[in-house]
Design a protein around this ligand. Structure first.
Ligand SMILES: CC(C)(COP(=O)(O)OP(=O)(O)OC[C@H]1O[C@@H](n2cnc3c(N)ncnc32)[C@H](O)[C@@H]1OP(=O)(O)O)[C@@H](O)C(=O)NCCC(=O)NCCSC(=O)CC(=O)O
Length: 404
């Protein structure tokens, strides 16, 4: 062979980035139609022709108050439900119509969030080298990743990874994958997109079906897009590094496989969320997940208030439990609570919205001075816990952190 590099090790190293994967831009989007907690019970019981279920409606109001959601954006309006009566009939097959709706709605909302991220990033869409897309809203092939190529004007040879049906840990899982892609491919720029349109789990209220009440009171629609790449300033001074992704772990909580179960049925999503058990399971295991993520970095935190936080708000009961176990000051989970309150639980997109909230607060000088180190953690079926160690860019040096 002619002039191949002398050493395979050198060849391998030359293809890898020098520094950690870094968040370079964030964009978010919601559908236009917003419903408040006060408006929603009337909307829900009227649209599903269930107004005669007055006791259940009162119960729905009580449960909704406990979930921590003030308003949400929903793709399904009363007009859309009226046009597809099978969606409100819990015994009529409606998967096909739901899949048809999300087939275009999810790529469109994804593109809206992505355009914002790309505009903030400041480089052309054709500079994106990898695409990681995740949704629980449908499962089509070719999928949302494929649709985004033409919607955003990406290169046809962009390297795509499509993660369907990962539950609420999907956003953090997508970031974990983006970290590995960015660090192992010098110059890579990864567009991460996480989008949810919850018409897939809309169902009419039924006596004895508590799960439906939780689903309708909790979940909302939204999309978030994040651009990740290593060595920003070195590669292109136009890029503005926000957070370095220093470690990303995934683990399964023992004996929790029935805690959140979801599957597609002829009437949309079926399954069960163990609402009483989940806060306890998460509370019992969060410290171990944090230690497994931070200790390999040499960070042994004795006070978790020294960090900033992006915790997946499964509901306010879950945030209350995390607060109590980690003895966090109220302001620590304020960004998580605010995103839940303003948008609902948007499955995997939620933690990415919280990251956006954190950096906006940082830009506006809110939330005080953001600490140097932070945590993103998300939970979902398994129970699977994703934990990410984040380092705020431009922060003071690592030696000043509480390192044992
Ligand atoms: C569901 C809750 C809001 C209920 O709140 P509280 O327990 O404080 O409320 P509460 O005890 O006052 O109950 C309010 C009313 O609901 C009823 N109730 C409560 N829990 C119930 C249950 N499991 N089954 C049946 N009914 C139940 C009570 O009897 C009461 O009815 P009455 O008023 O008639 O007496 C909470 O437990 C919660 O937020 N749990 C966690 C939710 C969760 O798991 N989220 C993760 C989503 S999934 C996710 O994020 C990840 C993913 O999807 O991948």
């Amino acid at each position: 062979m002619g002039s191949a590099p002398a050493n395979v090790g050198e060849m391998w190293r030359a293809r890898r980035a020098d520094g950690p994967a870094t968040v370079l831009a964030i964009g978010t989007a919601n559908p236009a139609s917003c419903v408040t907690r006060d408006e929603f019970p009337d909307f829900y019981f009227r649209a599903t022709k269930s107004e005669h279920l007055t006791g259940l409606k009162d119960k729905f109001k009580r449960v909704s108050q406990r979930l921590g959601v003030e308003r949400r954006y929903l793709h399904h309006t009363e007009e859309l439900l009226a046009a597809h009566p099978e969606i409100i009939d819990n015994s009529a097959p409606s998967l096909d119509v739901r899949m048809d709706i999300v087939k275009t709605a999810v790529p469109e909302l994804s593109a809206k969030a992505s355009r914002k991220a790309i505009a903030e990033w400041g480089r052309p869409a054709t500079d994106i080298t990898h695409l990681v897309v995740t949704t629980n809203s449908g499962a089509h092939i070719p999928g949302v990743d494929f649709q985004l190529i033409s919607l955003l004007g990406l290169r046809p040879d962009v390297r795509r990874s499509m993660l369907y049906l990962n539950g609420c840990y999907a956003g953090a899982a997508a970031l974990r994958l983006a970290k590995d892609l960015a660090e192992n491919n010098r110059g890579a720029r990864v567009l991460v997109v996480c989008a949810e349109i919850t018409v897939i789990l809309f169902s009419a209220p039924e006596e004895g079906n508590f799960q439906t009440l939780v689903n309708q009171g909790l979940f909302g629609d939204g999309a978030a897009a994040i651009i990740v790449g290593s060595d920003p300033v070195m590669n292109n001074p136009i890029e503005r590094p926000l957070f370095e992704i220093m470690a990303a772990t995934q683990t399964i909580i023992p004996n929790s496989e029935d805690a959140i179960v979801m599957y597609l049925t002829k009437v949309g999503y079926g399954g069960k969320i163990s609402t009483r058990e989940n806060p306890v399971l998460i509370g019992d295991n969060i410290e171990r997940c944090l230690a497994d993520t931070f200790e390999p970095l040499g960070i042994f935190c004795s006070d978790w208030n020294d960090m900033f936080w992006a915790v997946h708000p499964g509901s306010s009961a879950i945030l209350d439990k995390v607060d109590a176990v980690l003895k966090l000051k109220p302001e620590k989970l304020a960004p998580s609570r605010r995103v839940l309150s303003e948008n609902g639980n948007m499955f995997g997109a939620t933690v990415l919205f919280i990251l956006d909230e954190l950096r906006r607060g940082m830009d506006k000088g809110e939330h005080g001075e953001l600490p140097e180190w932070g945590v993103m953690t998300a939970f979902g079926p398994g129970l699977t816990v994703e934990t990410i160690a984040l380092h705020r860019c431009g922060a003071r040096p690592v030696e000043n952190v509480d390192v044992a």
